[in-house]
Design a protein around this ligand. Structure first.
Ligand SMILES: [Zn+2]
Length: 58
């Protein structure tokens, strides 16, 4: 069991599915949606906020 699991996993802005964010994830980290596999960038940790990660835009 992972005691560091966050109580409220954020949802995917794309499909609304649950996204698993590592407990030690930091702002700027890119995680992948479990449902649609969309890359999502972590922009805040309190609360956990994810935005679609666009590789083509800089
Ligand atoms: Zn998704």
């Amino acid at each position: 069991m992972d005691e560091a699991v966050r109580s409220a996993d954020p949802s995917c802005p794309d499909c609304g599915g649950r996204v698993q964010v590592p407990a030690d994830a930091e702002v700027g980290e890119v995680v992948e949606c479990l449902q649609c596999a969309a890359p999502l960038e972590l922009v805040a940790t309190r609360p956990l906020t994810l935005v679609p990660f666009d590789e083509e835009e800089k």
